[in-house]
Design a protein around this ligand. Structure first.
Ligand code: UDP
Length: 449
């Protein structure tokens, strides 16, 4: 067999696209060919950006882009993930075999040797297995979340959660394995999904068993218990973080002026605030956050994505004089900038990993899904941040935000733990022949067998 050729099929949200593109870069760096599948809707955006971009000629690289329709109309709202998921599952499966045939018919590239999907795209593993193509799962969240999702059936059988919604039946804390920290069942990653998504997840975890490899964008030393829970789980977070930052699949244009602005701020003085790509703060929470940032006598860099103006109304008294607000930041670079003091985050997994890599202390404001598990690890296991307490009305006050930012900044223990975690991540990235590079090499070797 010649050069391995990977068909990478991510679920089309930013939190899946980013690690999939990083993984594609890591594969390309190891000499493999990659065809990266976007939805037609996203592909058009990418092509528009690529045409005006002088960063890199994508088509000249080993990563080719291709697309399939997601089944929605161009004007449909794609922030409704349930609708997007159901439409994809209805539309894409019948079209993938033809696309594979077309790619395999090309003379200048080897035939597809492995399909790599992120969760929700397990249907492509089924097609691959029918066509005799190997499959792998690229899990875009923590190894602990994967381990928890893989244990759904035992949680149901053990009477920990109900089988319809996955909600906790008892309030007692749970242990996945003796070495895993005790967890609150209300932090389980599917708690906010609702019935349809939970049913889908139960089914999806079964389908994902068709993948011989479960590749985790994670670091073994940070979640050792999860990795020892199943030999199928393989950490490859190091090579992914070390891979190119160039990502043509970002939905929004990065505002790079903030890097220049950061250069002008004193070391460890800036609060970075970002809630990822699809979470939107409740309007009252947005107001309190704005007021809290004003109360702090510190510069801040705040990502407020365009398109949510109805939720993101600044209070009249908001001054924001010390801050910079951008629509979309080059986050990985921002979190590595020496001016950053702490990260007010929704604790999405990519943001969590990028913050650990930057050695930046966290203030956690999880909103849904696995963000609660990540918060638990940030605050209770790695001890690199603090939670923010809600008032009775469910909103975190500006005063609480001010208080916790000051606490986190003044804590030598949290700073020391953040630097320790950064070292762990860096060491794993840099060690040639180490755990991670070896895993990636073994994975690539397996596709050639
Ligand atoms: N991100 C970015 N610029 C921003 C905000 C976010 O590049 O202004 C990136 C961030 O680096 C991360 C991804 O968007 O890679 C968000 O993924 P995450 O898993 O943290 O959250 P999600 O968007 O899935 O909720």
């Amino acid at each position: 067999m010649g050069i391995p050729h990977f068909l990478v099929i991510p679920f089309p949200t930013q939190g899946h696209l980013n690690p999939s593109m990083q993984f594609s870069h890591a594969l390309a760096k190891h000499g493999c060919n990659v065809t990266f599948i976007s939805t037609e809707f996203n592909h058009k955006r990418v092509m528009m950006k690529a045409a005006s971009s002088d960063q890199e000629n994508l088509l000249g690289s080993k990563i080719k882009l291709a697309s399939l329709p997601d089944g929605l109309d161009p004007e449909d709202e794609r922030g409704d993930l349930q609708k997007l998921l159901l439409s994809i599952k209805k539309t894409m499966p019948s079209r993938l075999p033809k696309l594979i045939d077309e790619i395999n018919a090309l003379d200048d590239i080897s035939k597809i040797s492995c399909i790599v999907v992120t969760v929700n795209m397990g249907w492509a593993l089924e097609i691959g297995s029918r066509l005799g193509i190997k499959g792998a799962l690229l899990w875009p969240a923590s190894a602990t979340s994967l381990s928890l999702c893989d244990s759904i059936h035992s949680f149901i059988d053990g009477g920990v959660i109900d089988s319809e919604y996955g909600l906790p039946i008892k309030s007692q804390k749970i242990h996945l394995s003796p070495s895993m920290p005790l967890m609150d069942p209300k932090d389980l990653p599917w708690i906010s999904l609702g019935r349809i998504f939970f049913e889908h997840l139960v089914q999806e975890m079964q389908t994902c068993k068709l993948a011989q490899w479960w590749l985790c964008n994670a670091v073994h030393e940070l979640e050792p218990a999860a990795f020892s829970s199943s030999s199928r789980l393989s950490p490859i977070g190091g090579p992914m973080l070390a891979s190119s930052d160039y990502n043509p699949t970002t939905f929004w244009e990065e505002d790079r002026t903030c890097l220049h602005w950061l250069d002008q701020q004193p070391s460890q003085s800036v609060i970075y605030v970002s809630f990822g790509s699809w979470s939107v703060l409740d309007p009252n929470q947005f107001t309190e956050l704005a007021l809290g940032l004003d109360l702090l006598d510190m510069p801040f860099l705040w990502v407020v994505k365009p398109g949510n103006e109805q939720y993101n109304a600044y209070p009249q008294e908001f001054k924001g004089t010390k801050g910079k607000i951008v629509g979309w930041a080059p986050q990985k670079k921002v979190l590595k900038h020496p001016a950053i003091a702490c990260f007010i985050s929704h604790c999405g997994w990519n943001s969590t990993l990028e913050g650990l890599y930057g050695g930046v202390p966290f203030l956690c404001l999880p909103i849904r899904n696995d963000q609660f598990v990540n918060k638990f690890f940030i605050c209770e296991v790695w001890k690199v941040g603090l939670g923010l307490d809600k008032q009775e009305n469910g909103v975190i006050s500006g005063d609480e935000i001010k208080k916790k930012v000051e606490l986190v900044r003044g804590s030598e223990d949290i700073k020391a733990m953040s630097l320790k975690c950064k070292e762990i991540v860096m060491e794993n990235m840099e060690k040639e022949g180490g755990h991670y590079v070896r895993n990636l090499n073994n994975f690539i070797k397996w596709t050639k067998e």
